[in-house]
Design a protein around this ligand. Sequence first.
Ligand code: GLA
Length: 757
Amino acid sequence: MIYVKDNLFALHTENVSYVFRVTDTLHLEHLHFGGKITLDGDSIPALMEKREFLNGNLNAYDREHGTLSLENYLLEMSAYGKGDIREPFVDIIYADGSSTSDFLYDGYKVLHEKSEYDTLPGSYSDYGRSEQLILYLKERYSDIVMELHYYVYERCDVICRSTKLRNESMQAVTLKRLMSAQVDFDDSDYIFTHFNGAWIREMNRVDNTVTAGRFVNASYTGTSSSRANPFVMLSRRETSQNFGECYGFNLIYSGNHYEAVDVGSFSKLRFVNGINPQGFSYTVGPGERFEAPESVMSYSDKGFNGLSGNMHEFVREHIVRGTWKYKERPVLLNSWEAAYFDINEEKLLRLAKAGAEVGVELFVVDDGWFGERNDDTSSLGDWKASEKKLPGGIRGIADKVKALGLKFGIWVEPEMVNVNSRLYEMHPEWVVDIPGRTHSEGRNQRILDMVNKDVQNYVIETMSRLISSADISYVKWDMNRTFTDYYSKCLPPERQGEMAHRYVVGLYHCMKTLTGRFPDILFEGCASGGNRFDLGILCYFPQIWASDNTDAMCRARIQEGYSYGYPMLALGAHVSACPNRQTLRNTPLWTRFNVAAFALCGYECNLCEMSEEELEEVKEQIDIYKEWRSVLQFGDFYRYDENGAGYVSWTCVGRDKRYAAGLLLQGLAQPNMPDKRFVARGLRPDAKYHFYNIKFKIRSDSGNMQADTETEDYHVYGDVLMNSGVRLSQGFAATGYNERVRVFPDFASRIYFMEEE
Ligand code: GLA
């Protein structure tokens, strides 16, 4: 709900309020972002900042407002030059060379219909609400208009912001930065959490105690980056998974992003997020406009799980769209870890057949099927099947896969080209490089300049031709190198600072056109795993390959990292072979499944090399997953962090709370272990549930020890499961064993199901 009274603006969701006002000087003073508050005409005096005297050594805004310093004020947006020296929201260089901006309030509008976006994807609403507040600000000495847009998503306690800038003057200005959101907090007693990483090591939660000065989480790879995901949090020291205050921020953007916290001299904390200003500059000519990506903000006083719940609901309802939004995702078998580049029709069909026999629904031919692609040194750009490997072309193999009762999917990397390719021979001018300089190398490939309209059209038409050439149901859209030598030959020298952003805009144009043309195709985003895992991609592609790391132990941590800001419905997760290709670790097949089952479960291993016993297990796993995937894919996901060191524990609860699944996963086994409980989350306290475990055979590596899993079977109320938990069977303690003992060697895990009775 949007409430406007005189100079007061309040945005209310079910549990959260976001409030600001217009000051006498026509600035926007931020008053509150947090738990819901009731406001009327008397509220402002209590909420506003009091100033009788100017603090020493500060600059007053102007002569008439001698006690007001913008350096010590909570603001909705800020600029350099009028006293505020903290992280700015906007930075513009004007035609006269000056760079002081003073944006002042100039009216507002409330819209009940969501307006169309120009160039960037944004959140949307299917049902009723799409209230939008637009604040118009005008720069005091120039005709530059800034629009601050606010969107309210009541049910998930999310408020989004975006910024647009219009140049109504006669002269061009240079934009050095335009942030998407700014939130000023009264104090700095916060933990700033970001998720850092690398290839096959994505989404490590890092908690930074905020002190004075600045802390920046940002991406420089041209993508949203596995090094620093755009999702970040601010929380109190005492905040835990289920208790305490926390704020979450994300950006609907797939390029270089920037999230900064800045604590100024008066211990106020400023948060901003938006496009990374590093290397960015954008000329906005007379009559032109610039749109910054949408920022997503949420608050919860129910701990990290509460915040994640808001974000999950928001992404499911207001980001993911199209045919697959509410549709169960298929169990796929991907050829990559099964065969890498060494593929041919016969081998692929053998694999597909083995997949069909265990219940796989979709067979995906990954890299290696086109041109002369036998390793990563050639052929990107030549999207025609290798006649040697696939004599019947894509159509031939697709038909044969279909005849096995499977859907067919394919891997592509449309934004890239190898120098060793026909495409590069024809269009060397299409790649991102700086004329006359040597280019840095990344996976032997170059990035196509998506700023170039011809390149965009090439991508759209080539992909359209490929997708229509056979009965294709799924496309994995990969992007395997990061940017160096930023340069677009389509832009004049003074506009090169626009390149990285214009690339993202070009990419979105292609994604929008293709997903519009092929609405039923299931697209899965990918960038060397999670190098472009963000809300911008999820606006077009309903799922993303979360990491090239398929080791169950690493995956549990990576998936848990994503779960802070993203629903499990967005994450591809595959069972692969052991020893694992990324860590050389052996983990039980059931553990590999148990972890993958909490996201979009697929298989990526050579089923043809598996033993009868293993294939039986895989078949059982797929049956279980199919039966439970409506819960596991669309359910509410909770982390449990008090389960003792070395354990991972999750609960996923179906939307109607009638069914739930829990995971208990152990790292290295400790001898003579303490007893264990399983504690659930998110159930109906007054509903009675049947709690039981999946039963399977536990095999040691050498095969000389076999045991059946213990039986857990209880009938208890939801409040028992949540407030007390189930005391599980005694763990193996080296003093005896029978069928009631929980054999829990290294990397053991269990799934517990809960069904309302
Ligand atoms: C990237 C992807 C992998 C696989 C390979 C193929 O690394 O993340 O899943 O598709 O490319 O080259």
